[in-house]
Design a protein around this ligand. Sequence first.
Ligand SMILES: N[C@@H](CCSC[C@H]1O[C@@H](n2cnc3c(=O)[nH]cnc32)[C@H](O)[C@@H]1O)C(=O)O
Ligand SMILES: [Zn+2]
Length: 413
Amino acid sequence: MKLLLKNAYLLKDPFSQIQKTNLLIQDGKISKIGEIQEDADQVYDLSGKLVMPGLVNCHTHAAMTLMRGIAEDMNLEDWLNKKIFPIEAKLTAEHVYYGTMIAQMEMARKGIVAYVDMYFHCDSVAQAAVDFGMKALITRGLVDIDGDGERRLKENILFFEKWNGKDGLIEVGFGPHAPYTCSLKYIDKVAYVAQQLNAPVTIHLYESRSETYQLEDILSTNLANCKVIFAHCVHLKDEYIPLLAKENFFVAHNPTSNLKLGNGIAPIKKLLDHGVQVCLGTDGAASNNTLDILHEMRLATLLQKMNDPSNITVEQALCMATIFGAKASGLTSGKLQVGEDADLIVLDVQRPWFLPFENMKAHLVHSASSLDVFATMVKGKWIYYDGNYPTVQIKEIIEGFENSVRDLTQNNV
Ligand SMILES: N[C@@H](CCSC[C@H]1O[C@@H](n2cnc3c(=O)[nH]cnc32)[C@H](O)[C@@H]1O)C(=O)O
Ligand SMILES: [Zn+2]
C-alpha cells in the first residue's frame, strides 16, 4: 500500500526548518521525502497543512475516561480512596475496553500517536489499541498492600507473553503503582522480572507532599537496572535530581493533573539542567480531565517560565512532546525521516493564529490548540481524518461506553 501526501509543510523534528514537500508512505513507513514521481494507491493534497511527528502521551490510565468529572475539587488521597478505588472495584473487562477506546479517540483527535498506560484488565486495553490502530506501552498496575501482589504480577507476566510486540503496535511493561502501595521487596521483585524480560517499568513517584520515602531506597532495588518512566516527580528533593539523570530513566511530567489535584509543580527546569530525560503525560481523564499533549506542552512551558522566561525554549517544549516521549515509550521515533514508521499528524495551519508563518515553531507551542489537528496517522494508517475515525464504528463504541458508565454509577450495592 502506497500513500502520497502532497504539498505539505513538513517539520521533520523540532530542530529542522519547515519546508514544503511531499511524502511517500509505503507499508507503514516513510519511504521518500521530496519530489515524487511514483504512482500511489492513495493521494492526499495537504496544501495549507503542516505535517509533523505525532505526539506521545507518556503517562495515562486510558480507561479512566469512564470516571471523567466524577470526583472534582479533591486532593489525591481523597480522590483515590473515597471516589476512584470504590468505582474501580466494579470495573469489568468490557468497561475497560470501551473506556480505553474513547480515550484513544480523544487522543487521536488531539494528535497523539502513542501512549503509556498503567491499568488493569490489560487484555482489554491491548485489544482496544490493536482494534483502533494506536501504539501503546501497556503496564499492569501492581499493588501489594492487600497481600494480592503475586497474583497481579503473574497476570502482568502472562499479559507480556500474550501481547508484547503484537502488530508492531503493542509493547508490554510492568507497573508497580507507587512506593505507598508497593513494598520495597515487591518493587524489587517486579523490577527483577521486568529486567529478565527486558521490559520497561512505570511507577508513580513523589506525586504528593505526603510521599516522603527515600529515593536511595527505591533505587537500591532492581529498578535501578530497568528502563523506568517515573510519573510526576513533583516533591523530589533537590539532592535526588542527579540520581535520575541516567540513560535508562525518564520522568513523565503531568502538569495539569498535578495542579488539579493540588500537588504542585514539578521542577522540570532543574531536571532538564541535570540532563534528566523529561517527557509529558496527561494522567487519567479523571484527574485532568482531557488527554491533550499540546495543552500539557504549553502549560509545562509556561509554568517553568514563571520566574525566568528563558527556562524552557520552544525546541525543548517540542522535544518533550515528541522525541523525548518517543524514546521513553520506545514506540516510535518522534522524527519524520525515511525508514521510520509513518506516525505523524497533520495540522490545519491556514488559521489566523498561525501567522506570521515564519514563526511557526513558536506558534506550535504557544498558539496551537489540539483542535487544529486535521488528521493523525499511525504506521501509515489514518486513525483520525477530518472528523472521522476510519478504523472503528463510533456509534457502537459510544453506546458501549455509555452502558459501561451506567453500570458503574448506578447504585447496585
Ligand atoms: N487497583 C488495581 C491496580 C492499579 S491500576 C493503576 C491505578 O492507578 C490509579 N491512579 C490514577 N491516577 C493516579 C494518580 O494520579 N496517582 C496515583 N494513582 C493513580 C488508578 O485509579 C488505578 O487504580 C487492581 O485492582 O489491581
Ligand atoms: Zn497516574
